[in-house]
Write a new protein. Structure first.
Length: 221
């Protein structure tokens, strides 16, 4: 797998984000896209060692299109500046928690969780966290987990959600608008010889969080 080629393509598309350049360099894009698929294949194999549910996931089904939806955006540049893959046993459009790989020069990361869940699922997740707070804290406050994922969620309510007291000592865990975690990595992370080992270690820690979240979400899917 030629990961440097992926990053070079992403740098080039950032500098030449227009259809004319893209069409003239389509084979270049297809090669980078193929290398990203190879990378996801290797990552899936490693995750399968501790999460058998994704063993038969097709890497192409995990990949997102490079074309941006510009219909309602002021930014009319046609192409994304990253490659993203969501390794999810229920499919990448599921609310189910999976493993996300994001390659973008200067903004690469490993992440996962339930992003923008519909209100009924979000309500159920908050209740599950509240009802099982000791278990939840044993996961997210474990130093081995916090080493990679110090914050739960990306967006938060300014006050307590309906039905919860503002004085609740663990309010931050039910103020999340989504239950996600993210670990930023430098571009060199994916180009190191042991990146598969390190990726597996990070996602192995995340699996405990994913299992907790998915136990509730499974009731909806």
């Amino acid at each position: 797998m030629n990961i440097p080629l992926i990053f070079q393509f992403l740098k080039d598309i950032a500098a030449n984000n227009d259809r004319k350049w893209f069409q003239a360099h389509r084979s270049y894009y297809e090669q980078a896209d193929h290398e990203f698929e190879n990378m996801l294949t290797a990552i899936i194999a490693r995750i399968s060692d501790f999460d058998d549910s994704i063993r038969n996931v097709n890497p192409r089904d995990c990949m997102y299109r490079i074309y941006r939806d510009i219909r309602f955006s002021e930014d009319k540049t046609p192409y994304k500046l990253h490659f993203g893959g969501y390794i999810n046993a229920k499919g990448k459009k599921s609310n189910h928690c999976g493993y996300y790989v994001h390659l973008q020069p200067g903004n690469s990361l490993l992440a996962g969780g339930s992003y923008c869940p519909p209100p009924p699922i979000l309500k159920a997740l908050r209740q599950a966290v509240y009802d099982n707070m000791d278990e939840f804290r044993s996961i997210v406050e474990d130093p081995a987990f916090k080493r990679y994922f110090p914050v739960i969620g990306e967006n938060f309510l300014k006050s307590a959600p309906k039905g919860f007291s503002r004085d609740y000592p663990y309010l931050k865990y039910v103020q999340c608008k989504e239950y996600t975690v993210s670990h930023a990595v430098p571009d060199t992370f994916f180009q190191s010889e042991d990146f598969l080992d390190r990726t597996a270690d990070i996602f192995r820690q995340m699996k405990r969080f994913a299992d907790f979240i998915n136990y509730t979400i499974d009731d909806f899917e």
